[in-house]
Write a protein that binds this ligand. Structure first.
Ligand code: FAD
Ligand code: 2HG
Ligand code: ZN
Length: 485
């Protein structure tokens, strides 16, 4: 394997790169690593096809001890490491840089459930467990793990925690951070941090778990986690509603929360522009309503009580009042699990629909829920000043104040021409976000995509503190370089 030259200003090595790579090969054995271009390809490109990196090798450790030994070897030879889960990042966080000096450390082989404690309502999983598999394991034990994203068949819990993923059930259960009780991690010098506790109360100093969650692999590698479980739902009802506006959707949410005893699990907004893209590009999809409308909400109610009344009746009552109050124009309540899945198929394929339609620019933003309708219109005015033809595909997790304020290229405009305006569009949208006290990354993270935006919009003292933490834990700057800060 050809070793790439070190630059003059690189930190001092205690081990040659060749020796470190040979050591890594011995640690994981012949099936635990590859440098074949064909086998490495899926690990070197992001889901959207915006970043194509290079790497010395892709290594797949089978245990925390392996991860620790690999990281120690890399630290000694100053080899950068890109931790990788399912590689579904939407901000280029899991793709190595083009210089080819890093190794990709893929957690996919570490996919064991170590423990499931039904009384403590916890599951202990390795970082490479697929999110979907954890959901299934919980259901098999009559418990519920509520984190849910459209990428759940590919993303891994280590990636979910490292991005503090949100998804469609945050409204009721919180982000990934709120669902974790403890983690095990390998620090940038190779030491293992054992914080695998299932305690719900533990005030013994700084919360190192919270430091690693959302760090996007820049402070260490999460190898396992203890996650919270909940009682398994006994009933779930979905309604696909046409609403007159985003403001009406916000009022509908407040109404539904109050009338259902706060049983709203998901509340997803989408405009007709998005529904049209999904219907056009995704097979086996159909508009649940007969007439066309400008805006829609997909709402789920959930119950965990065996003694509760009929959730379907609650949903009907909520919608009847909302209809009278002009908050809902039309609605369909799923009459079977198959119909519920059909509604959700529309929502789960929004990213894929946009991808197939052509070039788009993503803005994963949040503002207070009460400001979201004002934001939607204000930002569009700014965007139209740059290009009046741009198509707004703004949708998402209204209950969290989180919109995917995505801009689709006007029909017939090629990617190069459209992306030349990225910086202008980003500033237009993010300036309005900043004005309203919002965030330029609600749930996807910073990665490579938003590094410059973070530097521009984040509080300078917060940035300095982040830098100090990074320098303290990773003085050689080897953990996922070029990402976040
Ligand atoms: P990767 O993409 O592999 O990595 C993400 C980041 O975490 C990188 O910085 C990587 O270095 C780091 N990392 C990965 N594993 C580890 C580890 N064990 N230790 C340390 N660092 C690690 N995101 C949402 O928040 N909400 C959504 O609703 C949502 N929907 C999506 C829908 C689609 C169709 C797609 C493609 C993506 C979606 N995402 C969503 C984004 C993405 O799925 C999430 O960010 C997810 O949490 C990433 O998990 P992953 O395993 O793929 O991580
Ligand atoms: C979602 O909510 C994801 O579906 C993806 O966060 C959003 O593709 C996007 O912009
Ligand atoms: Zn989302």
């Amino acid at each position: 394997m050809a070793a790439l030259a070190q630059t003059d200003d690189a930190p001092e090595q205690e081990l040659s790169i060749e020796a470190a790579l040979a050591r890594i090969e011995r640690i994981v054995g012949p099936t635990g690593w590859t440098d074949s271009p064909e086998a490495m390809r899926p690990h070197l490109e992001d889901w959207r096809g915006h970043y194509k990196g290079r790497a010395r090798m892709v290594v797949k450790p089978a245990s925390t001890q392996d991860v620790s030994a690999i990281v120690s070897a890399c630290a000694a030879a100053c080899i950068p490491i890109v931790p990788q889960g399912g590689n579904t990042s939407l901000c280029g966080a899991s793709t190595p840089e083009e210089d080819g000096t890093a190794i990709v450390l893929s957690l996919g082989r570490m996919n064991q459930v170590r423990d499931l404690d039904t009384d403590n309502h916890t599951i202990t999983v390795e970082a490479g467990c697929l999110l979907q598999d954890i959901q299934t394991k919980a259901l098999e034990a009559d418990r519920y793990f509520p984190l849910s994203l459209a990428s759940e068949g590919s993303c891994m819990i280590g990636g979910n925690l490292s991005t503090n993923a949100g998804g469609v059930n945050t409204l009721r259960y919180g982000n990934a951070r709120e669902l974790a009780l403890g983690i095990e991690a390998v620090l940038p010098d190779g030491r293992i941090l054992n914080g695998l506790t299932g305690l719900r109360k533990d005030n013994t100093g700084y919360d190192l778990m919270d430091l690693l969650i959302g760090a996007e692999g820049t402070l260490g590698i999460i190898t396992a986690a203890v996650l919270k479980l909940f009682p398994r739902p006994t009933d779930q009802r979905s309604a696909f509603c046409a609403v007159p506006s985003l403001a009406a959707a916000v009022s509908l949410l407040s109404h539904a929360r109050a009338e259902s005893g706060d049983a709203v699990e998901a509340f997803e907004f989408m405009p007709r522009t998005l529904l049209d893209l999904v219907l056009a590009h995704i097979p086996d999809t159909a508009d649940p309503l007969t007439a066309r409308h400008d805006f829609y909400v997909l709402m789920d109610l959930v119950s965990t009580s065996n003694r509760s009344g009929d959730l379907g009746t609650t949903m009907e009552a909520i919608l009847a009042t909302a209809f009278e109050d002009g908050l809902v124009l039309d609605a369909a309540i799923a009459q079977s699990e198959a119909q519920r899945q059909a509604f959700w198929r529309l929502r789960e394929n929004t990213s894929e629909g946009q991808r197939r339609e052509g070039p788009s620019i993503k803005h994963d933003v949040s503002v207070p829920v009460s400001a979201i309708a004002g934001f939607y219109d204000r930002a569009f005015q700014e965007v139209q000043k740059i290009d009046p033809e741009v198509r707004l595909v703004g949708y998402g997790h209204v209950g969290d104040g989180n919109l995917h304020y995505n801009l689709q290229a006007p029909r017939g405009v090629d990617a190069k021409t459209f992306f030349a305006q990225s910086a202008a569009f980003n500033h237009a949208v993010h300036d309005v976000v900043a004005e309203m006290g919002g965030s330029i990354s609600a749930e996807h993270g910073i990665g490579r995509l938003k590094r410059a935006e973070l530097a521009h919009y984040k509080d300078p003292v917060a940035l300095q503190t982040m830098r100090a933490i990074k320098d303290a834990l990773d003085p050689k700057g080897l953990m996922n370089p070029g990402k976040v800060i």
